[in-house]
Design a protein around this ligand. Structure first.
Ligand code: GFB
Length: 392
């Protein structure tokens, strides 16, 4: 009886990410973990194929404006959960709370593993995959923002290797809930490979946000999927290779400012230089409209607009009602969707925000030359943009 039950009872894999990491790096960490969950789901081993991946809600990200009281935004606000579930068995945190046994509304997780880098990795140059339990963690343990979650056992795990290697840990324990803390330490198994792209293709944005972006494209940019040749099938598994997308008649830019201006002083172009680069491309394309996605201040945006006053400068300004529901993350996704439908795109070098736009353009089937372009610095130094072509 006991053995039989084991086949049916769910196991839960939770994860958390280093608090300062931003939205789009977190999505990359999700992809690493969802590939792990996908492979365990497909495994014939009953110790592995019962795992559900619990999605950590979006909360207090450093780049986002937030209130003093923590907010827990479910993934369903931003992403199409049904689409994610076709790749990996994911559930929302609130579903975990409903399903998982709890006493007096307190949840006890069986085992927590806090991942940390091997201290000797750079000194010895040993970059082989390995993991080793340590007696002491390099930093204090903390996870999530929940006060009603505690854990039975805590481990520190020095780790180097892909997230998929974590399944080895789960074979040696009967724990029904396991939290991987600092999941960003784990890596991709094959970055840019077929399974990576399946995880990425399944990560579709929520219908509500796609609709908000579609309305903006139609009203302000003369862009719609039929004319732009960017219609995708309802299910990502039915997508076919091909570069047929034309895109809407506008140039889109992603201009990362704020912390980039402080930490990447030499690489960040001045607004004057941005305006010159935009103008050159608009002339070449024979377009008069540029869509600007940016985290720049209102003042900077106004300066840029006045430098580009010969052209139509468009940007998405969320309403109060939109912001109160979707917060900064929703506005970021609408910007990303609009950028991914433009005839031509220029992004910010080494911004994960830009990477997610480039990936979506690959999925939509744009010519790669219209996608992998980054702003050059003031001195005319143009970064080598990595081209990550889609693989089916
Ligand atoms: O997604 P993100 O981490 O990408 O960017 P990077 C940080 C946040 O900035 C996003 C806002 O969550 C958005 O809230 N943001 C940036 C934008 N660009 C835009 C935009 O065009 N439109 C809107 N609406 N919002 C990493 C950081 O940022 O850069 C790391 O996550 C670190 O913490 C590193 O600072 C240097 O990869 O650009």
């Amino acid at each position: 009886m006991h053995v039989l039950l084991e086949f049916y009872i769910s196991r839960y894999l939770l994860y958390d990410v280093n608090p300062p990491e931003g939205f789009n790096l977190r999505l990359d960490v999700y992809m690493r973990l969802s590939i792990l969950a996908h492979k365990m789901w497909r495994s014939s081993n009953p110790a592995l194929n019962r795992f559900k991946l619990v999605l950590p809600p979006w909360s207090q990200l450093v780049h986002w404006e937030y209130t003093e009281t923590p907010e827990y935004i479910p993934w369903g606000y931003y992403f199409d959960l049904e689409s994610l579930k076709r790749f990996a068995p994911v559930i929302e945190m609130y579903e975990f709370f409903n399903e998982y046994p709890n006493k007096y509304s307190r949840v006890t997780i069986d085992e927590v593993y806090t991942l940390q880098h091997f201290e000797d990795m750079f000194e010895t140059g040993n970059f082989e995959d390995r993991m080793e339990l340590k007696n002491k963690c390099k930093e204090d343990l903390s996870f999530f923002l929940y006060s009603n979650i505690t854990a039975n056992k805590y481990y520190c795990l020095s780790y180097h290797g892909p997230a998929t290697k974590l399944s080895q840990l789960f074979l040696n324990t009967t724990a029904s809930s396991i939290l991987i803390n600092h999941a960003e330490v784990s890596l991709h198994e094959h970055f840019g490979g077929k399974v990576y792209w399946q995880a990425r293709r399944s990560l579709r944005y929520s219908k509500e946000l796609v609709d908000v972006a579609a309305k903006f494209r139609k009203e302000h940019l003369d862009s719609d999927d039929e004319n732009d040749k960017t219609v995708l099938p309802g299910n990502w598994e039915d997508e076919k290779p091909g570069r047929r997308a034309v895109g809407g008649p506008y140039l889109a830019i992603h201009l990362r400012r704020r912390d980039f201006l402080r930490f990447r002083v030499k690489e960040s172009p001045s607004l004057k230089s941005v305006a010159e680069q935009v103008s050159t491309v608009l002339i070449r394309l024979n377009f008069d409209t540029v869509y600007v996605a940016t985290d720049a201040s209102v003042k900077e945006f106004e300066n840029l607009s006045s430098l580009l006053k010969k052209y139509k400068v468009k940007t998405f300004t969320p309403s109060e009602a939109f912001l109160s529901k979707y917060k900064d993350g929703g506005a970021a996704i609408v910007d990303q969707i609009i950028c991914s439908h433009a005839r031509y795109f220029i992004g910010t070098h080494q911004s994960t925000f830009t990477y997610r736009i480039e990936e979506r353009r690959e999925i939509l089937g744009f010519d790669e030359r219209s996608t992998f372009n980054s702003f050059c610095s003031n001195g005319g130094q143009c970064p080598e943009t990595s081209v990550w072509k889609i693989v089916y």
